[in-house]
Design a protein around this ligand. Structure first.
Ligand code: TTP
Ligand code: MG
Length: 422
């Protein structure tokens, strides 16, 4: 673990912050290299990987031999052929590429638990706490490069830096087959004359805006007035200023990280629009159950229920209701969805789509069911979920959904389910 020494205070979130060591991994001309490995006769020749039409569209990637002629990713094939008429064209084979990258990413997890997949051939690793067995971060990077070459015959470039923003820049520094480290004490020097468009996130349009303001390099961006940047770009203005200074506090997220959901929902388009209330309620209950299952699987509960109806002439109406308490219970969601349904329903108009969703989510387990009564109910739900997880969705389901053809049982079950007594 290294404590940052002699670093400009602006680069720290707060004094005493620990310096991170972030590695950015990027395979070189990925699709083209995979094709060269599959067909060694391509080696040494310029190669374009293109879409299946092979005659139109854009170049998905070109190997480094082709890049010497000025061919770039995204270039129309016609234009690329003018620059390099004798290039070999290979149709893209996405299964081959994703299979290769999955195997490589799985291996990256042996160097750190913090591996964030950034694209099909790029990943960030936070190796702050894991590089020591290799001696240095660079030695760990070389071990990765060796493993990938020995197992897949592919080369890649690695950047090492105190954060993701700089690690990504560093991996491009010595491409292909590169390894470059930006140390914290060399950040200002590295950024001073770097064109702003080299930053991940500054595309050609944003770059034009910055150029119009007289900002061409990262150094100029880092020194520019934050209030003017803020006036021009809103909240992005401050982000841009920090980029220019090489500051990025975003963490490397582990592979299984899922962002906090804002809402969860399901909708269903009926095969034929209908006015049959019983059948519509059955779908509403089914959707409520599906939403509740999803909430419980992700261990969330929600407070605001939304119901959406699309009428046969495609007008879509939705309304919401705030429970005032959080739930992940299908029956409770259904009661609420049904009440909202009644508020927007037009009995004469057939309905073609129904949707139920829940928002204002929070991690579950803080309310109601902690009491004895609720706890019993919770245990029952957990047992049902476990059975459905094992034997398939809706193996066990409310009687209303289980006997849809027996009107008597279905209606009685619907009444009971809607009332919470089931
Ligand atoms: P990149 O890593 O951007 O490019 P690259 O690996 O071909 O070349 P470099 O050496 O500069 O890293 O993208 C990885 C693969 O993703 C690339 O081989 C082809 C594919 N790709 C597309 O299909 N469309 C695109 O717009 C881009 C940028 C990439
Ligand atoms: Mg790449």
């Amino acid at each position: 673990m290294i404590i940052r020494k002699g670093l400009q205070p602006t680069l720290l979130e707060k004094p005493g912050d620990q310096e991170r060591i972030v590695l950015h991994f990027d395979l070189d001309a990925f699709f083209a290299q995979v094709e060269e490995v599959a067909d060694p006769t391509l080696r040494g020749k310029p190669v374009f990987v293109v879409g299946h039409s092979m005659t139109s569209g854009v170049v998905l990637t070109a190997n480094y031999e082709a890049r010497r002629y000025g061919v770039k990713t995204g270039m129309p094939l016609r234009e690329a052929k003018k620059l390099c008429s004798f290039a070999c064209l290979v149709p893209a084979d996405s299964a081959k590429y994703s299979d290769t990258s999955e195997q490589i990413f799985a291996h990256l997890a042996t160097y750190s638990p913090l591996v964030e997949i950034f694209s099909i051939d790029e990943a960030f690793l936070d190796i702050t706490d894991t590089y020591l067995p290799w001696g240095t971060p660079e030695a760990l990077a070389l071990a990765i490069k060796r493993w990938v070459f020995e197992n897949f015959r592919l080369t890649l470039s690695i950047g090492i830096a105190p954060n993701k923003l700089l690690a990504k820049l560093a991996s491009e520094w010595k491409k292909p087959d590169g390894l470059f480290r930006i140390r914290s004490e060399r950040i200002s020097e590295a950024l001073e004359s770097l064109p702003v468009e080299k930053f991940c996130g500054i595309g050609p349009r944003l770059a034009i805006h910055l150029h119009q303001m007289g900002i061409f390099t990262a150094g100029e961006l880092g020194r520019f007035s934050e209030s003017i940047l803020h006036k021009r770009f809103g909240i992005m203005g401050s982000v841009l200023k920090r980029m220019g200074q090489g500051i990025d506090h975003s963490p490397v997220l582990p592979m299984d990280y899922e962002p906090e959901p804002k809402s969860m929902g399901h909708s269903y388009t009926l095969t034929r629009p209908t006015r049959d209330r019983e059948s519509l309620f059955r779908y509403l209950l089914w959707l409520s159950e599906k939403v509740a299952r999803r909430l419980r699987r992700r261990r969330y509960e929600g407070r605001v229920v939304h119901t959406v109806i699309r009428f046969s002439h495609f007008e879509t109406v939705s309304k919401q209701h705030d429970f005032g308490f959080c739930t992940d219970h299908g029956g409770t969601l259904f009661q609420c969805a049904k009440r909202i349904f009644a508020r927007i329903d037009r009995p004469r108009e057939p309905i073609r789509l129904l949707g139920v969703s829940v928002s204002d989510l929070r991690p579950s387990g803080r309310e109601g069911w902690l009491f004895e009564e609720g706890l019993r109910e919770r245990r029952l739900l957990e047992a049902l979920d476990a059975i459905n997880d094992k034997y398939g969705e809706f193996t066990l389901r409310p009687a209303f959904l289980a006997f849809p053809d027996d009107q008597k049982i279905a209606s009685r079950a619907l009444q009971l389910f809607g009332s919470g007594r089931h």
